[in-house]
Each structure stands twice: as structure tokens, then as C-alpha cells.
Write a protein that binds this ligand. Structure first.
Ligand SMILES: [Fe+2]
Length: 134
């Protein structure tokens, strides 16, 4: 497994943590399918699943932030939009050129970025804020 959730990634909000776990599991599945050249259809369906799941997850996070009047909601929303765009570009590039190893590296890079910069920093920030509101 390349990507696996661990306690150090917990933001202390059960729903968010469980969505992050699912996302990581699917990202790992995606990378595996790409590595093993499992076929365009399989990779494509994981990418489609991820797109829908990411959208729902981001919406859930944004609702939490809205509900607590998080002051950096707009900045966070912007980061979500960028990531959504990145994912859709990955899908497009993969479908154009399914055998490219560059896409695999891009997936790896994007997910690492999302874990290290997004969950570890941005998500923990809003989660800490929500904890202070409880
Ligand atoms: Fe987020």
C-alpha cells in the first residue's frame, strides 16, 4: 500500500476522518490499477468514483465550515476547487494516453500533496477551529 490512513492524519472529526480513509483507500486502488495496467475501463471507473466522492467530501467539509462561520472558508473552498480541477485533468490526460507513466507520477504527487499540505495543514486548521466552537 502506498497510501494508508494513520492516526497522525486524524483531524478529530469522525465523519471527516472516515471520508479521508475512504479517499486514501481509493487513491491507493487507483495507483495500483495504473501500475498493474489493469485496463482503461477499471482505472476510468475508479477515477469517476473518486471524482464523485471528492465532490461530496469537499461539500461536507464546506458545510461544516459554513455552520461554524469559519473565517477562512473562501480560501479553503478555493483549494478544493483547484484540487477538483486537478483530478479532472488527470482523468482527461489518462483517457488521452492510458499508458503514460507521467500520469501515475502525477497521481502520486497530487495525493501526497493533498495528504501533506491539505489534510495535515488546512483540514487540521478548520477542524481545530471547529473544536474550539464546541
Ligand atoms: Fe479540505
Amino acid at each position: 500500500m502506498v497510501f494508508e490512513w494513520n492516526k497522525g492524519l486524524s483531524v478529530g472529526l469522525e465523519t471527516v476522518d472516515s471520508q479521508h480513509k475512504e479517499l486514501m483507500m481509493r487513491a491507493d486502488e487507483l495507483l495500483k490499477a495504473m501500475n498493474e495496467k489493469s485496463g482503461v475501463q477499471e482505472v476510468r471507473s475508479i477515477l469517476i468514483y473518486l471524482e464523485v466522492y471528492v465532490k461530496d467530501h469537499f461539500e461536507a467539509e464546506e458545510k461544516l465550515m459554513e455552520g461554524t462561520e469559519y473565517p477562512f472558508l473562501e480560501e479553503h473552498r478555493q483549494i478544493h476547487q483547484n484540487f477538483t480541477r486537478e483530478l479532472s485533468n488527470i482523468k482527461k490526460e489518462f483517457l488521452k494516453n492510458p499508458n503514460s507513466t507521467i500520469i501515475q507520477l502525477q497521481v502520486q504527487h497530487s495525493v501526497c500533496e493533498w495528504i501533506n499540505n491539505h489534510i495535515m495543514k488546512e483540514d487540521k486548521l478548520y477542524a481545530d477551529y471547529i473544536h474550539t466552537k464546541k
